[in-house]
Ligand binder design. Sequence first.
Ligand SMILES: C[S@@+](CC[C@H](N)C(=O)[O-])C[C@H]1O[C@@H](n2cnc3c(N)ncnc32)[C@H](O)[C@@H]1O
Length: 209
Amino acid sequence: MCDRRSWEPWDEPGIAKKIDAYWMRDKEVLHRKKIAEDVRDKLGLNVPILEMGCGSGRVAQELFEIGVTDVASYTGGDNGKAMLALARVRLPNAKLCELDVLNLGQGMVAQNVLCVHVIQHLPYYKKAIEGLLGVATESLYVVAWFGLRDEIVADDDRWWGAGKPCYENLYNLDTFVRFGLSQPCVYRADITPLSGKVWSVCFRKRTDG
Ligand SMILES: C[S@@+](CC[C@H](N)C(=O)[O-])C[C@H]1O[C@@H](n2cnc3c(N)ncnc32)[C@H](O)[C@@H]1O
């Protein structure tokens, strides 16, 4: 069970469906296709993936489509029950479970961890990145909004009509990358601009112990 926090609107009535419908617009579809291609360029094909904050399964759908991973090698985690319910419809045979990026269990391991458009909605990222890098044995691929300085923006309760605020942060890219590189076994960060304020950062970990 994951506790709900005051700044998590994802399970409020109707929100998950509304946002999923938005993600099906052309621009958002193309965006997630681009992310999937970027993951392919960085990780290759037929790789095992744990996606944290998988939402309604839109990124996974695109990853499956181009062969980056498949239903047998993919696990999706999210702490939003409504999002997971939509993912179960979109990806009927995939392993999907309730997981909290800010409270990852001890002993969880995954070769490649993905976290797309999640940390920008948290009030801070260090705890999540530490946890995700603790789980990843080879790579952590993150997509978020980045800029020249940290802009912590708590959007008010009109956010998507959820009646609850949500963070819509921009993080300083340089500070973020330095933080990841300071974590145990991380030796490299591959940084790619995707569009506007959206960047991907793929942290690589040494696997030679
Ligand atoms: C903007 S959506 C992105 C969904 C998906 N990654 C995509 O790009 O299509 C953010 C997702 O992160 C999830 N999320 C937010 N906080 C989380 C947390 N602490 N642990 C796990 N998932 C979280 C939300 O439930 C939501 O599904």
